[in-house]
Design a protein around this ligand. Structure first.
Ligand SMILES: C[S@@+](CC[C@H](N)C(=O)[O-])C[C@H]1O[C@@H](n2cnc3c(N)ncnc32)[C@H](O)[C@@H]1O
Length: 269
């Protein structure tokens, strides 16, 4: 490698480490647009019409206010990560500062609330709630002293028992899981028919019971047991054909012909 190539490679490395060091700005910007309800504001009935930041702000804050420049910074950042499409209009008087408008990409559309009130927005919020954010700076301690998890060190107890005591976090967790799992289950049930011979099915860590609700819509003969922590099933909605059972899967689980376990039940715990 020649001197010029070496210098170029070091420059790239320095830029790359700076980008990595500042990477937190990406999920925090995502969190910001979810809190501000920007995806629903742009979508409005499926129009997805490109809007300027002033137009977006007028939908987000109908009584006025807000800082368009700061919103623009956030939208430009997320445009570079594929959440928004940016549309430039260079035909105005000031061609050095073209008007910018934003619409949602397919990634951005996942944050729009659908007809069932679901989206991936609660998943974004759930991953950035205060208790979890307190644990992240302690990740190195998982190496130094792995006897308790960073979440426990930061909050005094494990994530699920902590959530169970806080109704708003319990609710956010269930909404996040529903938003992620309903589209996933639609795809699974479209292509998988292995559940058609099952009579009694227990979903271990089933949260609000969405997976069983959808399984029973396809296989009404199935008797479903939604098994989760007592605080979680206490908040789960009643679903015809599904019995909610509270307990700890590390102690015992209800008897059934088949066990259904979907996503992160074990490695989160
Ligand atoms: C990441 S969520 C997955 C929810 C659901 N399976 C889905 O895919 O939508 C993990 C679930 O496991 C439950 N859980 C965690 N520890 C548990 C335990 N010890 N016994 C039973 N359920 C538990 C949580 O309350 C939570 O609802």
């Amino acid at each position: 490698m020649g001197d010029v190539q070496r210098a170029e490679s070091s420059n790239k490395a320095r830029l790359a480490i700076m980008e990595l060091a500042n990477m937190i700005s990406v999920p925090m910007s995502l969190n910001a647009i979810v809190r501000l309800n920007v995806p629903d504001a742009i979508w409005q009935g499926g129009a997805n019409t490109p809007l300027s930041v002033v137009q977006i702000l007028s939908r987000v804050l109908p009584s006025g206010g807000g800082d368009p420049e700061n919103l623009q910074r956030i939208l430009r950042m997320l445009t570079s990560y594929g959440v928004f499409d940016e549309h430039l209009n260079c035909s105005g008087d000031d061609s050095h500062s073209p008007e910018r408008k934003y619409s949602l990409t397919d990634i951005g559309k996942t944050l729009v609330t659908d007809s069932e009130g679901l989206s991936y927005a609660p998943y974004v919020l759930q991953h950035h709630q205060d208790a979890l954010m307190r644990a992240w700076p302690l990740v190195h301690e998982a190496v130094l002293n792995p006897t308790s998890e960073p979440f426990v060190k930061a909050n005094g107890e494990g994530a699920y028992s902590y959530y169970g005591k806080k109704p708003e976090m319990n609710g956010l967790m269930q909404k996040a899981m529903s938003g992620v799992s309903v589209p996933f289950m639609r795809a699974i049930l479209d292509g998988y028919d292995g559940l058609k011979g099952v009579k009694r099915l227990v979903d271990v860590g089933g949260s609000a019971g969405d997976c069983l609700r959808m399984i029973l819509q396809k296989y009404p003969h199935v008797e479903g047991i939604n098994f989760d922590l007592p605080e979680v099933v206490a908040k789960a909605p009643s679903i015809p054909g599904v019995t909610h059972v509270g307990g700890d899967m590390f102690e015992s689980i209800p008897a059934a012909d088949a066990i259904f376990m979907k996503v992160n039940v074990i490695y989160f715990t």
